[in-house]
Design a protein around this ligand. Structure first.
Ligand SMILES: NC(=O)c1ccc[n+]([C@@H]2O[C@H](COP(=O)([O-])OP(=O)(O)OC[C@H]3O[C@@H](n4cnc5c(N)ncnc54)[C@H](O)[C@@H]3O)[C@@H](O)[C@H]2O)c1
Length: 397
């Protein structure tokens, strides 16, 4: 194929808009394509803050004709939350409308094992150069995409070399692997490793709660070991569209090869149960005060700290669940209000009101714990695994 001059990014959500910005900042001509006009508009806001040539943003597939590379940042979940590669099916179908010049396809999304080869086969002549460079961006962390090394695999040595050379141009360190399934599995391993640890630390936090110690104190103590311990924080469970869901692709691969993975399976199911366990604990504390339907403040509604996205948020699911039994108010100063469900009341500032209980599900930077403590005789800080109850209430174990 000819030299690469224009880079096309497909899917302009959380990841695609970052990928587009990376290539813009490194001085490349870029085209960003999405089927959603709203997403194109949102991407416009992100890229206008960047140096480099302004990308062409479009919902018209034929605008991708000029692209020599297509970097696919498409979802791997259905809108209802199940694992699904339907967006790739749609895009690979729509891409038949493009001129027949040869392009390098780079799949940046998290993929089921075997998917890169499957898509390459489906693309026929257009699928000679297909690589997988799974995205590891962590929104809200403050680390730029280009600072995170990229694992790269491909269906041919030529596609692998081209992808490595391309990311070099943007100053991104790469870790080439072979076969391409190593790249697919490495991303699923990262997500699964995180889920297993989160599920375990939440299970551990529940034990601490029952024996009357604070999980964070134990974790801080263990973290003084200079090797072989990695501190994880408890909370209301892993949320978002990656950690709780991508391990299911690894379980699918295990099933196909006749293997059971009970540890991972338990982490997936255990993560879903955290919400109910916390709600049960709260019910016990409230009933010790003679309250069956209480006024509860839930602190935090985004899916992770310091980031406004509430899609698939465990904190929000927790608040929803509680609202079936209690009167619930949610306090989150940064969550995206435009996409916030209308059936839950949201406030931006710490309310001037008394509550039967306050539950800190998520802690954004500068959360004022002292001010929250004054609002109720019961404060459950899930992030520390701490339960503070005034002496007038007998504790529930
Ligand atoms: N969000 C994260 O923190 C994160 C981190 C690492 C990896 N990833 C992976 O990156 C991938 C993308 O995630 P995201 O969070 O950016 O998703 P997203 O939902 O924010 O964005 C996906 C975009 O793709 C668009 N789209 C859907 N179907 C399309 C089609 N047929 N053609 C063109 N555009 C289409 C949607 O309109 C949307 O703008 C996923 O595989 C995810 O697992 C995400």
């Amino acid at each position: 194929m000819n030299a690469i001059s224009t880079i096309g990014v497909v899917g302009l959500g959380t990841i695609g808009s970052q990928e587009l910005a990376l290539w813009q900042r490194s001085g490349h001509q870029t085209v960003g394509y999405d089927i959603s006009e709203d997403q194109v508009e949102a991407a416009r806001d992100i890229i206008k803050a960047n140096s480099g040539p302004a990308p062409r943003l479009t919902t018209r597939i034929t605008d991708l004709n000029e692209a020599d590379v297509l970097i696919l940042c498409l979802p791997n979940l259905a809108p209802t939350g199940e694992n699904s590669m339907a967006a790739f099916d749609h895009f690979s179908g729509d891409a038949r409308a493009l001129d027949e010049k040869e392009r390098l396809w780079i799949l940046a999304s998290t993929l089921p094992i075997g998917f890169t080869r499957e898509l390459a086969a489906r693309l026929g002549d257009q699928g000679r150069l297909v690589a997988h460079a799974p995205e590891r961006f962590d929104p809200g962390r403050g680390t730029e995409l280009g600072e995170i090394p990229r694992v790269v695999g491909a269906t041919s040595a030529e596609a692998l070399n081209m992808t490595v050379e391309l990311y070099k141009r943007a100053g991104v360190t790469t870790h080439p692997v072979d076969p391409v399934e190593v790249a697919e599995a490495s991303k699923l391993l990262e997500n699964s490793f995180r889920l297993v640890n989160i599920a375990f630390i939440n299970e551990f936090a529940e034990l601490c709660r029952r024996i009357g110690i604070t999980a964070a104190d134990v974790i801080d103590a263990a973290a003084t070991k200079p090797f072989a311990f990695m501190a994880h924080q408890p909370g209301v469970g892993a949320g978002g569209t990656c950690i709780p869901t991508m391990p299911r692709y690894l379980l699918d691969a295990a099933k196909e090869s006749g293997l059971k993975m009970p540890i991972l399976q338990d982490a997936v199911t255990g993560n879903q149960q955290i919400i109910e366990r916390v709600a049960e604990h709260l019910r016990g504390l409230l009933s010790a005060s003679g309250i069956s339907r209480g006024r509860v403040l839930v602190v935090g509604a985004a899916y992770k700290p310091n980031y406004p996205d509430a899609r698939a948020s465990a904190a929000l699911a927790f608040a929803h669940g509680l609202a079936a039994h209690h009167s619930v108010l949610v306090y989150d100063p940064i969550v995206d209000a435009a996409r916030f469900p209308k059936d839950i009341e949201l406030v931006r500032a710490i309310p001037d009101e008394r509550f039967d209980a306050v539950v800190i599900a998520l802690k954004h930077r500068n959360t004022d714990i002292a001010a929250l403590r004054k609002l109720s005789p019961i404060l459950i800080d899930l992030v520390r695994g701490a339960v503070e109850v005034s002496e007038s209430i007998s504790t529930h174990k």
